[in-house]
Design a protein around this ligand. Structure first.
Ligand SMILES: Nc1ncnc2c1ncn2[C@@H]1O[C@H](COP(=O)(O)OP(=O)(O)OP(=O)(O)O)[C@@H](O)[C@H]1O
Ligand SMILES: [Mg+2]
Length: 567
């Protein structure tokens, strides 16, 4: 997964070199301090000059360390932000490339927290590993070498004894904070998902006087998050305790080892000062492994969640590019949502250039059939053929660009009317052309009253009525040159006269193209070449309006409106 992230190599390298330099300075400083203490100022000018020179060197080293620290922190933060940005792009791209089926199987809103928070955790870990870890190891190893060169085994033992203390503490506290952070992440994602869904449906909530109930279900999610936070607070407090212990115990061990050796003459005063000075930074560096470990555990949780997305199959495939309008065939197609069978053993064919209607009761599986043709889902059994080839064999982008798909409810995005019209057409059009099309769908005057093509439609095109959105979707189809038309109740929000007008407009536009029309309003499809009647996920009958009127009970009942769904 790391391979998918583009690293800001130069910045990482500069920060790495600066940190390496700082570690080198930190190695020298204790020796310089020890050197000053060994100078006897009473020895004359030379000693005084040496003391002054050592002090200046110390001062310069300290300045170098401070400036290096400042610059490396700044560069590290920039590099981290760049890594997170790049990683977010990778996850965003993948999310939009996933198959609709896979996105729907999860909570799409939880994807958002993966793009925002999880990507940050991975960046945080990576940058600490790449920028800080080697300088830390360099300091730790160099210190052990320096101390062992002092020729006293107890001093080396002191340095070695502190390692298990720190490693055990790191492992322990890392796993505590990993679990707590996972819980916190999950509860934040859940709260975000709940609030986003409920706020989106605020009108339904108000219409059914459910405001107070929704407030309390929001409170429940907030309380769950608070509980997770409480556990996380304990984990943070526990980590602080461990850090303090990790600071004190090693310091005591190092001090005791050095002091006993100084008292029994095992080391000189200068050696003791160097040893103790190195020891303080040594333990700080080793303790920083604790942070790396926590970052690693946190990134592990985040990568596990992100990997679930990155490992899913892309909505791609197929090699045939020259898609033509041709015969469509469903061969023994079965499909389930989870373990609920929706279509079972469905077979029918749709002739090239014909108008085919799919009718049936609400929930019988009509939209599912169009979703399968659009390749949002794959059949569980059987196959769907276009011109004798399995539709999976067609390259997906060219396949979809040749199907004009009018989805049920005509959803929209925020933007201007002109954006809505040209979305997916891949072309730009003159205002005259756009108004000409708007006139055809009966929207020219409405848009002019709204203030023209730059009218902002709002989030989810909320500032348009359902019927207006449907008319605009048809207008967009008229602008796009597609081989086939898949229309799913595309006039359900219009009155009968409006429905018939739009239906005849589609017929006129696509007179020689294959049209598959799902309609509740049977008046708009009576003239279809063939009508496929779906009942409880099975093909009940296929025929013309006249044939079905005579022989198909389901069709007759739809026609009479007995099932309450057909007009
Ligand atoms: N994403 C989904 N996940 C699970 N079940 C689904 C999903 N979409 C639809 N269903 C179920 O599949 C069945 C068929 O749905 P479909 O949308 O195909 O019906 P339809 O014939 O188009 O109905 P309508 O006329 O009301 O639009 C329904 O029972 C519905 O509950
Ligand atoms: Mg439907």
């Amino acid at each position: 997964m790391i391979g998918t992230i583009k690293l800001p190599k130069l910045l990482i390298f500069v920060a790495f070199i600066l940190n390496l330099g700082r570690a080198a300075i930190q190695l020298i400083i204790p020796e310089k301090v020890a050197a000053i203490t060994s100078i006897n100022l009473g020895d004359g000018n030379e000693a005084v000059n040496l003391a002054v020179a050592t002090c200046i060197t110390l001062f310069l080293l300290a300045i170098g360390e401070f400036v290096g620290g400042l610059v490396s922190t700044y560069i590290t933060l920039i590099a981290r932000a760049l890594i997170s940005k790049d990683f977010r792009k990778v996850v965003t791209k993948k999310t939009f490339r996933l198959r609709a089926q896979d996105i729907e199987a999860q909570n799409p809103k939880e994807f958002i927290s993966r793009i925002t928070a999880d990507t940050e955790f991975v960046g945080e870990f990576l940058i600490d590993l790449l920028v800080n870890e080697i300088p830390r190891l360099y300091f730790v190893i160099s210190t052990i070498i320096k101390v062992s060169q002092m020729g006293n085994a107890y001093l080396v033992l002191g340095f070695i004894l502190v390692i298990p203390v720190i490693v055990i503490g790191s492992l322990w506290s890392g796993s505590v904070s990993y679990n707590a952070l996972n819980r916190l992440q999950a509860s934040i994602a859940k709260l975000t998902a709940i609030l986003a869904e409920k706020v989106n449906n605020i009108e339904t909530i108000k219409a059914y006087n459910k405001t107070e109930d929704e407030v309390s279900s929001g409170y429940t999610a907030i309380d769950e998050m608070r509980n997770a936070q409480k556990k996380n607070t304990w984990a943070v407090a526990f980590n602080t305790l461990i850090s303090n212990i990790l600071f004190i115990i090693p310091m005591v061990i190092i001090m005791l080892m050095g002091a006993t050796q100084l008292l029994n003459g095992g080391v000189s005063r200068e050696q003791f000062i160097t040893y103790f000075g190195l020891g303080i930074t040594y333990q700080t560096y080793i303790a920083a492994h604790l942070t790396l470990w926590v970052l690693w555990k946190r990134a592990q949780g985040a990568t596990k969640r992100v990997r679930q997305i990155l490992h899913l199959e892309d909505d791609c495939g197929g090699e045939i590019r020259n898609l033509k309008d041709d015969r469509i065939e469903f061969k023994n197609v079965s499909f389930s949502y989870g373990d609920r069978t929706i279509l079972s053993d469905v077979s029918f064919s749709i002739e090239k250039g014909s108008k085919t209607a799919i009718v049936g009761k609400s929930g019988s599986g009509k939209s599912t059939i169009l979703n399968l043709i659009e390749r949002f889902y794959r059949p569980e059994k059987g196959s769907i053929l276009l011109g004798g080839e399995d539709i999976e064999r067609y390259e997906i982008t060219s396949y979809r660009s040749n199907c004009a798909y009018l989805p049920q409810n005509a959803p929209g995005f925020s933007g201007k009317i002109r954006d809505m019209l040209i979305y997916g057409t891949g072309q730009s059009f003159s205002d005259e052309k756009l108004y000409e099309i708007l006139e055809k769908v009966g929207m020219k005057e409405t848009i002019e009253v709204m203030g023209g093509l730059d009218y902002e439609v709002g989030t989810n095109a909320i500032r348009l009525s359902g019927g207006q959105r449907q008319r605009l979707a048809v207008a967009r189809m008229l602008l796009k040159d597609s081989e086939m038309v898949l229309a799913d109740e595309c006039t359900s929000a219009l009155d009968l006269a409006g429905s018939i007008k739009i239906a005849s407009l589609i017929d006129e536009y696509a007179a020689d193209k294959t049209r598959i029309i799902v309609a509740h309003n049977l008046a708009t499809i009576k003239d279809a070449d063939r009508i496929i009647v779906i009942d409880s996920g099975k093909v009940s009958d296929v025929g013309t309006h006249e044939e079905l009127m005579k022989r198909c009970a389901v069709y007759q009942s739809l026609l009479r409106g007995e099932e309450g769904n057909a007009s």
